[in-house]
Design a protein around this ligand. Structure first.
Ligand SMILES: NC(=O)c1ccc[n+]([C@@H]2O[C@H](COP(=O)([O-])OP(=O)(O)OC[C@H]3O[C@@H](n4cnc5c(N)ncnc54)[C@H](O)[C@@H]3O)[C@@H](O)[C@H]2O)c1
Length: 437
């Protein structure tokens, strides 16, 4: 099939590669010049295992970056993969999403005449496809709803594993009529092992939101249990480990920040237009609990090292929103929110990450960026390890502590620095025991 992809960001580019690799001919548009430049150099603008090889293999053969879709090339389906970020607006504690990019993406398909299928892949609130996208397509094409072809086929891959997952995960598809469903099935059957046809477009929208909100709430429970344990003077990580050990009926999540471009917003995308009900309050409270870890961390720092003063530096490592699987993505990262809160409070920061792109960390303007973590700790009083990259397991006690000032301490939020725990004179805390004396 000839397919068009609007937006070659994280989702668009990984999907484009999976589609091209499965035999489709892919035409993609992107408004960000930096992204286009990277693709021209046969590299993705983000870290993702396997993606650069695929770009090298398919660029200008079965994957073409175009400024506009040509009327000479018949495209059967256009896939919208633009961002649906939070708008910054909040109503009764519920952060609101911004779906403006979807309309502008559709408008950019100048060849659209109502005969091609439009597939929404971006994450949207329930009803967006039917109430926003379909009327707009009818207006653009001058056709009735029953005559156009629309579907919602959500993306569910994990950053850091997307290239593998796109060809292994079941794909949920939906369509407004049998012809749309047939096109979506043919498109995705080429790429993925099996296709699940949702009963309605709304079901597909909701299924995606449930997947991420389920994760968000699972982690919220782990975080709540962890913090509750400390109210009894018990280490939250230790109790979760022992509650799960050899006991399949418990799979309590370990504590940690729940962040990133999807998890920071998808629960809000689920509830922002949900009628007031107890389910909505329950979901909101879980999201807020996960967000509260940012304040808990900042307050802990303040108690641990006192008010900011000149020369009082803190090292933050693990700026990407997660460490496992590795990603360079700083979007929605709790580490970035923590850094901003500490800067606002007046602390000076050193910043480090094993994977995040240096220019992008510098563009945050939150502190001096270091390539070497030991160097980053040298003139600081506190090291905050903020994600779970497995490389923290190899941090050497002598290297960390010999170079630092007296009184240097570590908050190893994910308990990832396994080597450091062999030393018994070390001042190290985790999210599990940060609030126990
Ligand atoms: N990142 C993930 O792992 C992931 C996973 C599942 C779902 N999603 C969802 O997929 C959607 C996209 O996420 P993303 O992380 O790829 O976002 P992104 O910001 O990385 O990518 C979107 C891209 O679309 C481009 N764009 C915007 N308007 C355009 C237009 N009119 N024409 C051409 N290009 C345009 C932007 O420049 C950007 O590069 C979001 O709704 C997100 O919630 C993301």
């Amino acid at each position: 099939m000839n397919i068009g992809i609007i937006g070659l960001g994280y989702v668009g580019l990984t999907l484009a590669m999976a589609a091209a690799n499965s035999g489709h001919i892919v035409y993609g548009t992107e408004i960000n010049e930096h992204i286009k430049k990277c693709i021209t150099k046969k590299k993705a603008h983000f870290y993702e295992p396997g993606i650069d090889n695929l770009i090298r293999r398919h660029l200008d053969r079965s994957f073409f970056v175009v400024d506009e879709f040509s009327p000479d090339i018949p495209i059967e389906a256009f896939i919208i993969t633009v961002g649906t970020p939070l708008s910054g607006e909040e109503v009764d504690g519920v952060k609101q999403p911004n779906f403006d990019y979807i309309r502008s993406a559709i408008k950019s398909i100048k060849v659209y005449d109502g005969t091609q299928m439009i597939i929404l892949r971006s994450t949207v609130s329930v009803g967006t496809t039917r109430n926003v996208v379909i009327p707009y397509l009818c207006e653009l094409s001058g056709k009735k709803e029953s005559e156009i072809l629309v579907g919602m086929c959500p993306e569910r891959t994990l950053e850091g594993k997307a290239v593998h997952e796109l060809t292994h995960l079941p794909q949920i598809i939906s369509g407004n009529n049998p012809e749309s469903i047939d096109i979506a099935q043919r498109l995705f059957r080429n790429i993925t092992p099996y296709v699940i046809t949702a009963d309605s477009i709304e079901e597909a929208e909701l299924a995606k939101l449930y997947c991420n909100t389920y994760r968000d709430m699972t982690f919220a429970l782990g975080n709540a249990f962890c913090m509750a344990a400390q109210e009894f003077g018990v280490d939250g990580i230790s109790v979760i480990k022992h509650a799960n050990q050899g006991y399949d009926r418990s799979n309590i999540a370990y504590p940690g920040y729940v962040a990133g471009p999807c998890l920071e917003k998808d629960a809000y995308i689920l509830i922002n237009n949900m009628p007031e009900c107890d389910s909505k309050k329950f979901i909101l409270s879980a999201r807020k609990f996960n967000e509260s870890l940012i304040d808990i961390t900042v307050n802990w720092v303040r108690e641990r090292i006192g008010e900011p003063e000149k020369g009082k530096r803190i090292t933050l490592s693990g700026m990407a929103f997660k460490g496992n699987p590795e990603t360079s993505d700083l979007r929605g990262s709790s580490s970035v929110y923590i850094a901003n809160a500490l800067i606002k409070a007046g602390y000076e920061l050193n910043i480090h990450d094993y994977v995040a792109i240096k220019d992008e960390m510098e563009a945050l303007h939150v502190g001096a960026v270091y390539d070497d973590l030991y160097e980053a700790c040298k003139d600081s009083q506190l090291l905050l390890v903020l994600n779970n990259n497995s490389r923290y397991g190899k941090l050497l006690y002598n290297e960390v502590f010999s170079k630092t000032k007296r009184g240097f301490a570590v908050l190893d939020t994910w308990k990832a620095c396994t080597e450091l725990y062999y030393a018994d004179d070390i001042d190290i805390r985790t999210l599990g025991n940060m609030n126990i004396d």
